[in-house]
Design a protein around this ligand. Sequence first.
Ligand code: PLP
Length: 246
Amino acid sequence: MTAPDDRLAELRNNLAAVRSRIDRGCAAAGRSGSEITLIAVTKFFPVTDVALLAELGVTDVGESRDQDASVKAVELAEHTSLGVRWHFIGRLQTNKARSVARYADLVHSVDRQSLADALADGARRAERAALDVLVQLSLDDTADTDDGDSGRGGEKADDLLRLADRIAGSDVLRLAGIMAIAPLHGDPDRAFSRLAEVAERLREHHPAAGIVSAGMSDDLEAALQHGATHVRIGTALLGRRTPQFR
Ligand SMILES: *Cc1c(COP(=O)(O)O)cnc(C)c1O
């Protein structure tokens, strides 16, 4: 185990490197780093890391598994008096939605109506006035060598925009924008340019849905080039996770 002081120093160094990548990536895209929200993806790391990051000024935290996130959200108060915003970024089973709706500030991974319904139900039960959500666009077909604008991608976008319309009509969910993960094997530039097109269509119908959540440790610059407002950074900030987890 790394001693807490060493870990703090390590996180401080990593954070400085990530912030400078964001600033340079934004400059290359004619944007300002101050427009970007950095989300520290703390999955598989302990809640003490969340507390250290909060002390370093990182107050947006991403988690991808409810069983871990729900515990950390409760335990954080034992480690710091600072509050953080919890972003749920992982694939979400409908039967976990009620739990996530209790602690999440923003759910990034809404990809189907049944999940939107379950989150709305959970938010009402938790007596929340509102729960912010993003619709998740699948970019898997952009990894193919053939045309990424072909039928399947277009249909997916249409389906997603229909889902967005339904969410926008919800009494408790608030449609805040769009999220995507670049395909593991494929050109992130091409994937994120497709995301940017769909994000623009989304904003035409829903001007308040301005969040574009895209960019991870390996493809942060490409995401910034294509309009990401929120980047989700794990490895570059916290170090490598156990290899079987991506
Ligand atoms: C794990 C994860 C990240 C962080 O990935 P890194 O490559 O470690 O930066 C970002 N987004 C999602 C959805 C994730 O599951």
